[in-house]
Design a binder for this molecule. Structure first.
Ligand SMILES: [Zn+2]
Length: 306
């Protein structure tokens, strides 16, 4: 349990190298949430089958359920077993303390989201908290991601339509992106260009022209991520990869596949109480979602193993 600082630095160097490849070769890497071990198996299988690099990520609830050290160990074990390029991302870290714990725990990617736990956080609060994490991450070389304010939506199933007039008000501007990179020193900026957390009854629409303007305005080495990727037609990601997005977060589509398939296998096997014996269709359903995203992100065949 626990990695040496040398091992952690080796991993973060590889993670940085992967992000450089996304810029040079114009593909995105999927960051897939793991609720539990079955999801991790599904992601590992998809990564192996398509020879794709992957990030697995854990939110506050997932960290609480599994534990930082356990996640690190599980990922290391599956990485070796499947022979894949895989990293861990803290997804929407609530505060500076959990981000520091994840850095010490050897996570290669840290997303600090001050406004998640405190929606009233001021710009200065967000910048100073993010800066503190950026400074601390120098210890291991972990990449830090943040954004200006919380994203619209929530990682769940929504019945309402998307009011683009309303959410357009919170879209990122190129000027905001430039000043946020300068103020915080983050590696990755999570843009808002029509992406929303959660799954909606209508497909999401990304403003690719705005994305291209943001990309053109910031430093060529600065990285862009897209959250709320579920329920977005795949052609948007193919274009986003060409424009220069490096990381796309996927959660709700996997959760939907997991839960609906689990409900079906439980209904089909009312007398089976050893649930572990009937989980295979659930893993396969989640794997299919991950494979579809990998194909759309252009990361098939892009893994570098060493
Ligand atoms: Zn997110």
């Amino acid at each position: 349990m626990g990695q040496s600082i040398e091992k952690i630095r080796e991993n973060t160097n590889k993670a940085r190298e992967l992000m450089r490849r996304t810029r040079d070769q114009h593909f995105c890497v999927g960051a897939f949430n793991v609720d539990n071990q079955d999801c991790l198996i599904a992601i590992s299988r998809a990564a192996q089958k398509l020879n794709s690099p992957v990030l697995v990520e854990v939110t506050h609830d997932e960290v609480s359920a599994i534990g930082i050290d356990n996640i690190r160990d599980l990922v290391d074990n599956y990485k070796e077993e499947y022979g894949i390029e895989m990293y861990v991302n803290l997804d929407h870290g609530h505060d500076v303390e959990v981000a520091k714990k994840a850095i010490d725990g050897g996570f290669e990617f840290i997303h600090i989201d001050i406004s998640q736990a405190n929606p009233d956080a001021s710009y200065d609060d967000i910048v100073s908290g993010t800066r503190e994490v950026v400074e601390y991450a120098k210890k291991t070389g972990a990449l830090v991601e943040s954004e200006l304010h919380g994203f619209a939506g929530s990682s769940n199933m929504h019945e309402e339509d998307i009011d683009y007039e309303e959410i357009r008000k919170s879209f990122t501007t190129p000027e905001e992106a430039i000043s946020f990179f300068e103020a915080t020193g983050v590696d990755t900026f999570a843009v808002a260009v029509g992406n929303l957390h959660g799954k909606y009854p209508v497909p999401k629409i990304l403003d690719l022209q705005l994305l291209a303007r943001i990309r053109g305005a910031i430093d060529p080495n600065a990285l862009i991520s897209l959250h709320g990727g579920s329920g977005t037609p795949m052609h948007f990601f193919t274009d986003a990869a060409k424009i220069g997005v490096s990381k796309v977060n996927i959660n709700s589509d996997m959760r939907y596949a997991y839960r609906t398939t689990l409900e079906k296998v439980l209904a089909d096997n009312p007398d089976q109480f050893a649930v572990v014996k009937i989980m295979e269709p659930v893993r396969q359903a989640v794997q299919e979602v991950v494979e579809e995203k990998i194909a759309g992100f252009g990361s098939t065949g892009m893994a570098v193993l060493s």
